[in-house]
Design a protein around this ligand. Structure first.
Ligand SMILES: Cc1ncc(COP(=O)(O)O)c(C=O)c1O
Length: 403
């Protein structure tokens, strides 16, 4: 018997295969990719060229905070593109001035100045440099399980898995302390230490968070020994925890570090990073100490302003809190869930067996989630606009997978 193939389906499959083959032919194979050709996005949804629709609980790698292609952000970028694509910090710009003002206005009052760059790793490199300049010291303490990026200094500050190995020879002056153990960090924090830098919620490690007294103890230790405290909020910042930042939030005992670094969701998908610093840190930075050509470019700056405005007008911080509570409640129905870690929309779902097959089974049901370096933890970093109905779709899918 002759089997006739649906010609439309066959054509779609060919196009999917062609795109995959083309990328694999011309791009270095640096990421393990999902077999999805993303064509269009709207809110929490990604649409493929083949007409399939995926619920994106990984938020475009934690970048699509406002949701995919938020209309306000898109309109602002379009309008700016018609006027001026770029000029560097050699000239003043109303667009840049507004972005800096807006970002500082949503940050804790102590963080009064911004430095713009292009990525998370670059923000961390600049934060460490500022701490060294401000203290006249060299060493940086970071934590086992922490991830800070892939450029030389940031990867040397990364004590998660094998990342540091990739960056060999590492930049000297990096010390590792156990996350959550104040005595371990106290033992290292001598007069050679410029900064203690941490992800306040360690994401890639499997979503680890300390008790609020730990953040308190770190702040006290830094004050006592003249050390700068840096929060790497590349993941936790810009609304992800249901607060603008972990810095100054209740979960972090209302403490404010000396420097906060940001990237990911800050530009809704336009590459942009930033350091927010205190007045004291800013006084130690002189002309030409820091710089980057593209940092503070106009397209990135309108994206920052529009992103922060969209978070406000769409009431996304409140949405994160209420939807997180609903998600936690519904997850109690799923027998494979042992615990839920994290805060807001940075959640680690600890499963009883292994996370990878569940991640794969969810993908088969057109739901994108993330894994972590903990084989039992599935990570969710959805757009901040995720609603109850979409939580229901996720939980129903989990229930259909079983243990
Ligand atoms: C906590 C944290 N810091 C820094 C980075 C590096 O950011 P980027 O990839 O923008 O350089 C990442 C990236 O995943 C991150 O999760």
């Amino acid at each position: 018997m002759c089997v006739t193939q649906n010609p439309m389906k066959a054509e779609a499959t060919t196009r999917l295969d062609e795109t995959i083959a083309l990328e694999e032919r011309y791009q270095l194979a640096t990421y393990k990719k999902m077999p999805i050709v993303a064509e269009r996005g709207e809110g929490v949804w990604i649409y493929t060229r083949e007409g399939d629709k995926y619920l994106d609980l990984y938020g475009g790698h934690a970048v699509a905070g406002t949701g995919h292609s938020h209309p306000h952000v898109v309109a602002a970028i379009k309008a700016q593109a018609e006027k001026l694509l770029f000029y560097s910090n050699l000239v003043y710009s109303t667009t840049r001035a507004r972005a800096a003002e807006k970002l500082v206005s949503v940050a804790p009052a102590e963080l009064s100045k911004a430095f713009f760059c292009n990525s998370g790793t670059e923000a961390n490199e600049n934060a460490m440099r500022m701490a060294r300049m401000a203290t006249g010291r060299q060493n940086i303490i970071t934590f086992s399980g922490g991830f800070h990026g892939r450029t030389a200094d940031s990867i040397s500050a990364t004590f998660l898995g094998k990342y540091r190995e990739i960056g060999k020879p590492n930049v000297p002056g990096h010390l590792e302390a156990e996350f959550g153990n104040i005595e371990a960090v106290r033992a290292l924090a001598d007069e050679s230490v410029a900064a203690i830098m941490l992800e306040p919620i360690q994401s890639m490690a499997g979503v680890h968070m300390a008790g609020s007294d730990y953040y308190n103890a770190l702040r006290e230790l830094c004050d006592e020994r003249g050390i700068a405290l840096i929060y790497d909020e590349v993941q936790t910042g810009v609304g992800r925890t249901g607060e603008w930042f972990f810095a100054g939030s209740e979960a972090g005992a209302y403490l404010v570090p000396d420097i906060v670094t940001l990237a990911k969701a800050l530009g809704s998908g336009i590459p942009v990073g930033a350091c927010l610093v205190t007045e004291k840190i800013s006084r130690s930075i002189k002309e030409n100490d820091l710089g980057t050509k593209f940092g503070g470019g106009m397209i990135a700056m309108v994206a920052v302003t529009a992103t922060l405005e969209a978070i406000e007008t769409d009431h996304l911080l409140a949405n994160v809190k209420t939807t997180e509570a609903y998600l936690r409640e519904r997850l109690q129905e799923a027998p494979q869930v042992a615990a839920v870690h994290g805060r807001g929309f940075l959640l680690g779902i600890e499963v009883r067996t292994a996370a990878a097959p569940i991640h794969k089974a969810l993908l088969d049901r057109r739901i994108i989630t993330g894994t972590s370096s903990d084989p039992k933890v599935l990570r969710l970093l959805p757009p901040l606009c995720l609603q109850r109905g979409e939580v229901d779709l996720f939980v129903e899918a989990l229930l259909s997978i079983g243990g």
